[in-house]
Ligand binder design. Structure first.
Ligand code: 5GP
Ligand code: ZN
Length: 139
């Protein structure tokens, strides 16, 4: 498979590795948005988060939790984190191997919040929210 992250996992492409366990790898983004910008990936290829099993997704976030703690403890000047995933093309995913971005945040870094990513809601009308809620309710 022609997947750049699978090649990193296989050691065919080098990376700045910050964490590894039997199922996950975390490494610095080659084109960082902030000092310490790290990605956590599962070693088993899945195009996107929604295609992982609940168990795999949970394990991935355990690794994210671990790496997040290390960044908060060890990165000079860090005072917060933004954690996120671009899932599928509409959301800007460019590497089709699930990955969680961890962006270290620094006081006054000028960055936005997750709320600044998109602003396309048609309405916040209670009736409309109720309709959406009914459609999205999970077992
Ligand atoms: P996406 O836009 O899919 O959420 O993020 C993909 C990320 O992977 C980008 O931030 C990009 O800089 C990073 N990236 C792409 N190719 C490589 C690579 O070969 N090595 C590393 N470390 N990061 C990469
Ligand atoms: Zn892959």
């Amino acid at each position: 498979m022609d997947c750049i992250f699978c090649k990193i996992i296989a050691g065919e492409i080098p990376c700045y590795k910050v964490y590894e366990d039997s199922r996950h790898l975390a490494f610095l983004d080659v084109s960082p948005c902030a000092d310490g910008h790290t990605m956590v990936i599962p070693k088993k290829h899945a195009d996107a988060f929604a295609e992982m099993s609940p168990e795999e997704a949970g394990a991935l976030f355990e690794a994210v939790n671990k790496v997040s703690g290390q960044i908060l403890k060890r990165m000079d000047g860090v005072t917060g984190l933004t954690i996120g995933m671009n899932t599928y093309e509409s959301a800007g995913q460019t590497v089709m191997h699930t990955h969680v971005h961890i962006f270290p945040r620094f006081k006054g870094d000028g960055g936005g919040t997750t709320h600044s990513i998109v602003n396309s809601a048609k309405s916040a009308d209670p009736g409309y929210l109720k309709q959406i809620c009914e459609r999205l309710t999970c077992e």
